[in-house]
Structures are given as structure tokens and as C-alpha cells.
Design a protein around this ligand. Sequence first.
Ligand code: COA
Length: 250
Amino acid sequence: MSNAPILSSIEAGVMTLQFNRVDKKNAITAQMYQALADGLTTASNSSEVKVVKIIGADNAFCAGNDLIDFLENPPHDDDSSVWQFLFALNDCSKPIVAGVNGPAVGVGTTLLLHCDLVVAAHSAVFMMPFVSLGLCPEAASSLLLPANCGMKKATEWLLLGNRFDAREAEQFGLINRAVETAEEVTEQVEKWCQQLTRLPQESIKITRNLLRGNQTGAIKQRMIEEGDNFKQLLKGESAQQAFAAFLNRD
Ligand code: COA
């Protein structure tokens, strides 16, 4: 198997994007954001691709931004790969199916807001610790979480940044289904992907557009607004201290 940190392949109408940096719990570097953005753009433009599948490993979905990479290559420019990835997620013209095992932190959780179908195992741990890191929400989570999961729960998850499990994620509509094992996650993801590849593609496209209404513009706008704040906060003392504390922990 390739040791590229994002594994990308197309088979039987399904583009798979797999996090493959398990020793770092699939924390995302700028290079990985670019690979994900490229994969999503290819999927959107290819008639061969009917569904996008985003998965990690059996013990880690994604630990969010790589904090070392963030310190070394802060995404201050609007064309930084992290923002390109978020815009590509919002613009993706094909349904996205995700399977989550283990930690899903920061963008590892917020990217799920842009997925059409999500299943997570009992081992999944969700967390959006933006505030405790001296940052603010991204991926339009400040818009989509209250809309999808309710204002009180969104506030609790985003302000306090406490961890929560797959049952709670299912209860509040962040994911479609909580299951027990990694095998069940794989089975459910495959089932959804196969179902989606067999359904009439034009109907899927129109249904997704109707479900989203006119939201994609507002979502992009919120991503930009969050990004402007995020970039400022990234330079701030609280973020620098929080990052250093993580990197210097025993
Ligand atoms: N950035 C950089 N490195 C990270 C990382 C991140 N976001 N998340 C995990 N890692 C690295 C750890 O430093 C460790 O590296 P090492 O083996 O070289 O010391 C390795 O991945 C394994 O992580 P570890 O913390 O030992 O695993 P765990 O199972 O005990 O905990 C997490 C997993 C994800 C809960 C924990 O690593 C964590 O909280 N990470 C930070 C998440 C975060 O704040 N993300 C940014 C959100 S904006």
C-alpha cells in the first residue's frame, strides 16, 4: 500500500479519499489538505465518479489540523490549501459518505457537516476544541451546527469543546447512524455507496440541490468570515500558548 498521507482511488463509481497518517492520528497537513481538495474537485468534475467516500483507519478518523504544520505553515493566504479544501467540500457536486472510527477532532468533526451520509463506531470521539485552542469555528460550523443540531448543543460543543460520542452525535443529527464496530462502519459505508451508485444520478443531483436550497453561497460566505477571524486568532498569544502546550506535553 502507498504511504501517501491521503490515499485516493476511483473504483466502480466511488472515489475513496482515505486518511493514511495513522501514527499522527491522521492529523492533516497543508499537503494533505491539497490532496483532499484535488480529490474533491476531480470527483465533482468526473462523470466516472458518482459518490465520494471519506474514511480513516480503524482507530483514528482525523485529529484535525496538524498543530506543528499549522505553526510552521500558518494558512494566512486565502488560497492556502485548508481553505481550498473547505470550499471544495462545499462545492462538491457528488454525494459524500463518511465512516468514522476513533478520534474526529476539529475539522475531523466539522467536515462531517458537509457529508451527506455519516456512520460512526462506538470508538468514535468527537471534539471541536477551537475555543480552548484560542481559535474559532471553521468549515461554516458556526452556521451549520446550530441549523442541524440545535443552538444549545452547538453552543455547548463549540464553546466548551468537550468530547462526545457516536450516540450523542446521532441523537443530535451530526451523523446518520451509530454502530458498534469498525467492521459495521465499513459495511454501512459500502452499502450506502453501492446504493448511491445505482440510483439515477440526475435525481440525486437535483435532490441534493433542493435539500441544500440556496445555502452554498451563505456557507461559503461564513467559511470566509470564520477564516478571517481564524487567521487573526492563529497569530494570537492564546493559540500560540495552546499549541506549545500540546507540543510540549509529556
Ligand atoms: N497535530 C499534530 N500532531 C498530532 C495531532 C495534531 N492535531 N493529533 C495527534 N498528534 C500526534 C501526537 O503528537 C502523537 O505524536 P507522537 O507519537 O510523535 O508523540 C501522535 O499523533 C498520537 O497522538 P496521541 O495524543 O498519543 O494519541 P491519543 O489517542 O492519546 O489521542 C487525540 C488522540 C486526537 C485525542 C489527541 O492526540 C489530541 O487531542 N490531538 C490534538 C487534536 C487537536 O487539537 N486538533 C486540532 C483541532 S483545531
